[in-house]
Design a protein around this ligand. Structure first.
Ligand SMILES: Nc1ncnc2c1ncn2[C@@H]1O[C@H](COP(=O)(O)OP(=O)(O)O)[C@@H](O)[C@H]1O
Ligand SMILES: [Mg+2]
Length: 347
C-alpha cells in the first residue's frame, strides 16, 4: 500500500476530467435549479462549489487512512455512508478505494460495479489469496474512486476462513501488498461481528460507526466497542474509534434530537458535527447504481456527505499530529472503554 503520490498537498480540482452524461434525467426536486441539464460531473462540481470551499482544496493524509465502517446492526447506514463518503472524498480530489466486505454486495451495487458470481471479488482475495489489484475496478462517473466488489461467494467465506492460515489478517496483508497510491480505504462491513468484520478491524486503524437516529440506536454498541478493544489488545494496536456519524436524522422529531444528544454526550469529540438527514434522494440513488453525489448533487443528502467528508479529512490532520509523539491525543488509543465503565445506556 503506497500513499506517496499524495505528498500531503491540497486536493485541488475536485472533479477533474470529463464525466458520463448518462444521468441527465430529471432529478430535480431537491436540486439547485441551475443544475438541471448539466452532466453529473459538472453538477457534482457545482455541489462542491456550493459549499464554497472547492478552491481551498482539502488536505490529503500523509498515509493512507484505512477506515472500517462497522456496526453489527443492519440498516443503520453503513453502506450508504461508505459509498457516499468515499464519493465525497474522491470529489474533493482524493484517491479512494471502497472494499465491499458484505456478501450482499450493496456497496458494489451503489457504485455501479458489476458483482455477479463470476466477477473477481474480495472473496478471491480473502480465500484464494488473489492480489487486491486483480479485483479492484474503477467506479464509473467518479474519478479517483475505486471498488473491490463483493459477490455472493463471500457468504461462504466466514466458514471457509476458519481453516485458513492467518485467517484474521488476510485483508490486512492484501491491502499492505496493494501498490496503488491511495488517500483513503473505506471498508463496508456486514451486519455481524464474525471473521469478515474481524479482518476489517485488523486491516484498519480507524473505526467509523454510523449511528441511526432512532430508538435503540445505542443497543449493541457495547459489543462492537468490546470487540474493538479485543482486536486492539491482541491483533492491531493502532485500532481506535475515530469517527461517529449520526445518520437518518429527522429534524422534525424530538426522538432524533434526543438520540443525537445522547450519542454526543457519550462519545464527545469522535462524533462529527455534521449529521446526515433522512433524505429520499439518498435512498433512491442505489437503485440507479449511483451515489447521491452523482444522482442529485445539489440535494441536502449530497451536501451533508460532502461536508462530513470535509470534516473527516480535516480531523485526520489532528490524528496525524497525534501519531507524531503525542499518542494521548489519539481517541481511545489507551483503552478508554477498559479504564472507564461502559457509558450508561450502551449495552
Ligand atoms: N440518510 C438516509 N435517508 C434515507 N434513507 C437512508 C439514509 N441512509 C440510509 N438509508 C436507507 O436505509 C436503508 C439501510 O441503509 P444501509 O446503508 O444499507 O444500512 P446498512 O449498510 O447499515 O445495513 C437503505 O435502504 C438506505 O437506502
Ligand atoms: Mg450494508
Amino acid at each position: 500500500m503506497r500513499s506517496d503520490v499524495n505528498a500531503a498537498g491540497p486536493m485541488a480540482d475536485p472533479v477533474p476530467g470529463p464525466r458520463s452524461e448518462s444521468t441527465e434525467r430529471d432529478v430535480s426536486r431537491e436540486t439547485l435549479p441551475s443544475m438541471h441539464d448539466t452532466p453529473i460531473g459538472r453538477a457534482a462540481k457545482l455541489a462542491v462549489e456550493a459549499l464554497g470551499r472547492a478552491g481551498e482544496g482539502l488536505p490529503r493524509p500523509e498515509q493512507t487512512r484505512v477506515m472500517v465502517v462497522a456496526n453489527q446492526k443492519g440498516g443503520v447506514g453503513k453502506t450508504t455512508t461508505t459509498v457516499n463518503l468515499a464519493a465525497s472524498l474522491a470529489l474533493h480530489g482524493g484517491r479512494v478505494l471502497v472494499v465491499d466486505l458484505d456478501p450482499q454486495g450493496n456497496a458494489s451495487t451503489a457504485l455501479g460495479i458489476d458483482h455477479h458470481s463470476e466477477v473477481p471479488s474480495i472473496y478471491d482475495v480473502l480465500v484464494e489469496s488473489k492480489p487486491l489489484s486483480d479485483v479492484v475496478q474503477p467506479v464509473p462517473d467518479v474519478e479517483g474512486l475505486f471498488c473491490a466488489p463483493a459477490t455472493i461467494d463471500l457468504a461462504g467465506a466466514e466458514i471457509e476462513l476458519v481453516s485458513l492460515v492467518a485467517r484474521e489478517s488476510r485483508l490486512q496483508r492484501a491491502i499492505e501488498a496493494y501498490e496503488q497510491p491511495l488517500d483513503y480505504i473505506l471498508i463496508d462491513c456486514p451486519p455481524s461481528l464474525g471473521l469478515l468484520t474481524v479482518n476489517a478491524l485488523v486491516a484498519g486503524a480507524e473505526v467509523l460507526i454510523p449511528i441511526q437516529c432512532e430508538y435503540y440506536a445505542l443497543e449493541g454498541l457495547g459489543q462492537l466497542l468490546r470487540n474493538v478493544d479485543l482486536v486492539r489488545g491482541h491483533l492491531n494496536p493502532k485500532l481506535h474509534v475515530s469517527t461517529i456519524l449520526l445518520t437518518m436524522y429527522d429534524g422534525r422529531t424530538r426522538l432524533a434530537a434526543q438520540v443525537a444528544e445522547e450519542v454526543r454526550s457519550h462519545f464527545g469529540k469522535e462524533v462529527l458535527r455534521t449529521s446526515i438527514p433522512r433524505s429520499v434522494r439518498i435512498s433512491e440513488a442505489p437503485s440507479y447504481g449511483q451515489t447521491v453525489l452523482t444522482y442529485d448533487p445539489g440535494s441536502s443528502g449530497a451536501l451533508s456527505y460532502l461536508e462530513a467528508a470535509r470534516e473527516m479529512a480535516l480531523r485526520g490532520l489532528e490524528v496525524d499530529c497525534g501519531y507524531q509523539g503525542q499518542e494521548s491525543h489519539m481517541p481511545h488509543q489507551h483503552g478508554k472503554y477498559e479504564q472507564h465503565s461502559m457509558p450508561e445506556g450502551i449495552k
